[in-house]
Design a protein around this ligand. Structure first.
Ligand code: SIN
Ligand code: CO
Length: 388
């Protein structure tokens, strides 16, 4: 599937719209076919490992119910929306919706949320911190999007539902199957279904410095790093003990800066932090660890190798030259785990990290190499890739 950006290239999209202004592309996907049916979505929302909610409205009163749901009949025929997070972890066709957006790196992607709305259904006018691409599947919806506006009032019509007051639209259109709406963070928006409507929200959440620092603090604790106390053995007597002197301020600031100064530590932390997936993954950990000989047997049965849906991977390679002996910085990060990658395995690791299904023939060309065999065995035994 490819986005028909019309005259816009990916680069122009990034330059003019990404994080700047909303954009609606009518007919972005030709002959769009829903990769999931409404009843399959409802089935997912019945599972306790799935995050789902139903937002409904009756006159002016809003209600929010959280899944898992047993029955949907109480909600009637109109004025409600079922929203299910990380549907891409369970439906390959939904995960494939991310492919046209791969011009944005893996680590920026959050998940694909799918909503099913009955006529009149929506979550009301609100802001998100996400960049989101919303694909209109079956049905129609009226979408309005405004510009950031500090004068908007924050509303809380229900304790689990943040909304904003009425905003001025810069986009006000009816979306039809295959249309694509891009909404940058903090732009007020509101989508009201016209008929039964399925929407796919491909969400991108940029980490904040607060989150990164808190993640790094956890990483330091887990790895017992930067635990040394500051050394002020050169202290001079002070006659202003009530002050934090500029010398002490520098000492403390430099201690903080030092904890950010080792590039190996920071890249290890970021690789693990940014590939950690926050919704349940369908990990397929073998009951008994598989050996490479067993894997070779499976290969002769002609099976394919599939990544777990929703995996996030980052390949950190210091060089792409397989002749180089220095492989210390080649690492494959997958769902918060790190795998050392030998230089001769970089191409194979890149293939794994591209997250495509690998055919037996593709695999076979790489499995003459012992390091590739070891890497494959490791990722399979962690349940991250599996044969089918
Ligand atoms: C949706 O209802 O499909 C999307 C909700 C949103 O705007 O975040
Ligand atoms: Co939203």
């Amino acid at each position: 599937m490819k986005i028909h950006f019309k005259d816009l290239t990916n680069e122009q999209f990034l330059k003019h719209y990404w994080q700047k202004q909303p954009l609606l592309i009518k007919g972005a996907f030709k002959q769009f076919v829903d990769p999931i049916e409404a009843d399959e979505l409802a089935g997912l929302a019945m599972e306790d490992f799935i995050e789902s909610r139903i937002v409904s409205k009756s006159n002016t009163a809003w209600d929010v119910k959280h899944g898992p749901f047993e029955d949907f009949s109480e909600f009637g025929e109109s004025d409600w929306t079922l929203l299910v997070q990380a549907v891409n972890h369970w439906f390959k066709g939904v995960d494939d919706l991310i492919e046209p957006f791969r011009f944005i790196p893996n680590w920026r992607i959050d998940d694909v949320m799918v909503s099913f709305s009955t006529p009149g259904g929506g979550v009301g006018p609100h802001l998100d911190q996400y960049d989101v691409f919303i694909i209109q599947g079956s049905g129609k919806r009226r979408w309005r999007v405004g510009a950031p506006d500090a004068s908007l009032e924050q509303l809380l019509p229900h304790e689990d539902l943040k909304q904003v007051s009425e905003f001025t639209s810069i986009i006000d259109e009816i979306t039809e199957p295959g249309d694509l709406l891009y909404i940058p963070p903090n732009h007020p928006h509101d989508g009201i279904a016209i008929d039964n409507s399925i929407n796919y929200s491909i969400g991108f959440l940029a980490p904040s410095s607060q989150e990164l620092l808190s993640g790094l603090a956890d990483y330091n604790l887990d790895n017992n790093l930067n635990a040394e106390r500051i050394d002020d053995s050169l202290r001079q007597a002070t006659d202003t003990p009530e002050q934090l002197s500029s010398v002490d301020l520098d000492l403390l600031t430099n201690t903080l800066k030092k904890s950010l100064s080792d590039p190996d530590v920071i890249s290890d932390f970021l690789g693990k932090y940014l590939t950690t997936v926050h919704h349940t993954l369908n990990l397929l950990i073998p009951v008994e660890p598989l050996t490479i000989d067993f894997i070779k047997e499976i290969l002769s049965d002609g099976e394919q190798l599939n990544p777990v849906l929703g995996l996030k991977c980052i390949l950190h390679s210091s060089q792409h030259n397989s002749d180089s002996l220095d492989n210390k910085n080649n690492r494959l990060f997958v769902n918060g785990e790190v795998f050392e990658v030998a230089n001769e395995s970089i191409l194979f690791a890149k293939l794994l990290a591209s997250k495509q299904t690998l055919s037996i023939n593709e695999l076979k060309t790489h499995l003459n190499c012992l390091k590739n065999q070891q890497l494959l065995t490791n990722v399979i035994n962690k349940g991250l890739w599996s044969f089918e």
